[in-house]
Write a protein that binds this ligand. Structure first.
Ligand code: B1M
Length: 210
């Protein structure tokens, strides 16, 4: 089994320490950080399939999450090398009803690496909290993560909450998460969509440079 397959297996099995060690070994061998990240994402896809089929249960899924997070920490400095930076404040949260935060945390890491101040307002965030935090922090961007088809409808509610508060024009709203698409972004009146953490950071840099 090659090293990338071993990393995939370690994340799948939820082996936290082994994942960090193998990721470090792959980095030392010169494997691209993006390839390692993609491999860990593939493992999470496998976990997701088995979770759906009730072949894996929440504690096992959480072990895989922690392993992925450990591996991402090793990659952090490498993923952020030689990137354009910008200044600005981003309020970031997972929408109401959504407890998923691994993707959000990865997005946060990439934002911070590009020089942004990130105010992480956590998971299960109601729309009024996004507005309150954005106003309080004088944010440039409001970034919303949604991982469930059942929590996607929170996005237009967030847009409406900004409109109702009379502050919609003051903030750029960026959305992302597995079920989110550019089409959904356009239909819900958001300003930007990003499919992954790297492009979220790139998009934020472009927004704050314009
Ligand atoms: Co959940 N879950 N889960 N889960 N879970 C999914 C999302 C699912 C696809 C699994 C499946 O059925 N195959 C499915 C959703 C189906 C759907 O809606 N279509 C699902 C379900 C159904 C559920 C529950 C309802 C299960 C239940 O209880 N019956 C429940 C809901 C809880 C809730 O939120 N209310 C639930 C619970 C959980 C756990 C608690 C066990 C755990 C979350 C733990 C945690 O996050 N701390 C969990 C996990 C881990 C997953 C899977 C397996 C992995 C998600 C993950 O961390 N991926 C997931 C299956 C899968 O994704 N294939 C699944 C790795 C992460 C790095 O990727 O989050 O996609 P991701 O983030 C990416 C991009 O999406 C993007 O960038 C990231 C990386 O580049 N991105 C953004 C994310 N946010 C962004 C924001 C941006 C831009 C890009 O701009 C602002």
């Amino acid at each position: 089994m090659n090293l990338l397959d071993q990393i995939k297996n370690a994340v799948y099995e939820g082996l936290e320490d082994e994942t960090s060690a193998m990721v470090q070994a792959a980095v030392d061998k010169g494997t691209s950080p993006q390839a390692i990240l993609d491999t860990m994402m593939e493992a999470m896809e496998m976990v997701g399939e088995e979770f759906k089929n009730e072949e894996l249960y929440i504690p096992e899924v959480l072990c895989s999450c922690y392993a992925m997070q450990n591996g991402s920490e090793v990659l952090k400095p490498l993923l952020l090398e030689n990137q354009q930076t910008a200044t600005g404040t981003i309020v970031l949260g997972s929408v109401k009803g959504d407890m998923h935060d691994i993707g959000k945390n990865l997005v946060k890491m990439m934002f911070e690496g590009r020089g942004f101040k990130v105010v992480d307002i956590g998971i299960d965030v109601p729309e009024e909290r996004f507005v309150e935090a954005a106003v309080q922090e004088k944010a440039d961007i409001v970034a919303c993560s949604a991982l469930l088809t059942t929590t996607m409808p929170e996005i237009p509610k967030i847009v409406k909450a900004f409109e109702d508060a009379g502050v919609r024009e003051q903030f750029k709203i960026m959305i992302g998460g597995a079920p989110i698409t550019q089409d959904f972004c356009d239909k819900t009146g958001c300003d930007a969509f990003a499919k992954d953490a790297g492009s979220a950071a790139e998009t934020a840099v472009q927004i704050c440079r314009n």
